[in-house]
Design a protein around this ligand. Structure first.
Ligand SMILES: Cc1cc2nc3c(=O)[nH]c(=O)nc-3n(C[C@H](O)[C@H](O)[C@H](O)COP(=O)(O)O)c2cc1C
Length: 191
């Protein structure tokens, strides 16, 4: 299976970057092929411009060259994994902008939908699960990404996974990297 792995972090050597590499290694363990998108590293511009605004009155608007390139990358894979640190109980602005611009009308919703068989969002989180549950942040982020983005765009098999305790230090990073590799290894099971 070909899987687009999208990483959103300003530092390639961050824990998020290492988690991304572990996911890619896990995918390879299972014989799956990863295509990596490093949004910061590639200088992706998250700001939507008029060229990439949806045209609500017609179908198949030709989007900007930059977005067209991203759409091709999106469409030549049949699975997708997003890897990011949780910032303010949500995901980083650069990733939001990538969704805003690339998962566009008549590409991902509207007259056409995405055909990816499975999607996974992996959020690195400093706080523990109880903190998320206490305020409902866990259901909020899951509803936003799994229902509001994956399912809305035609990917029914989507889920969200946390890697909690990302700033704890000690043995925690190594444990999280093991978990991440396992997420990659098991990603395509059953497909
Ligand atoms: C701007 C910002 C906002 C953050 N907001 C949250 C948050 O809402 N919940 C949380 O659990 N951690 C939050 N954190 C902590 C990050 O999730 C944590 O720094 C990250 O997971 C560590 O991984 P990294 O070393 O790859 O950055 C925030 C960090 C930053 C920089």
């Amino acid at each position: 299976m070909k899987v687009l792995v999208v990483m959103a972090h300003p530092r390639r050597d961050s824990l998020t970057g290492q988690v991304t590499d572990a996911v890619v290694t896990g995918l390879a363990d299972a014989g799956d092929e990863a295509e990596l998108v490093d949004l910061y590293g590639e200088g992706f511009d998250p700001l939507i411009t008029p060229a990439d605004e949806p045209d609500w009155g017609s179908v198949n608007k030709p989007y900007s060259h930059a977005v067209q390139t991203e759409i091709e990358r999106l469409q030549r894979n049949d699975g997708i994994i997003l890897v990011f640190p949780i910032w303010w109980w949500s995901f980083p602005a650069i990733l939001k902008g990538w969704i805003d611009r690339v998962w566009n009308k008549d590409i991902a919703y509207g007259s056409k939908f995405l055909s990816h068989k499975r999607a996974l969002a992996i959020g690195l989180s400093a706080s523990d699960a109880a903190t998320y549950a206490k305020r409902g942040y866990d259901t909020a982020i899951e509803t936003q990404i799994v229902t509001g983005i994956f399912d809305f765009c035609g990917i029914a098999d989507g889920r969200f996974e946390y890697l909690h305790g990302s700033t704890d230090g000690g043995e925690r990073p190594a444990l999280l990297l093991q978990e991440a590799r396992e997420m990659g290894r098991t990603f395509s099971i059953g497909l």
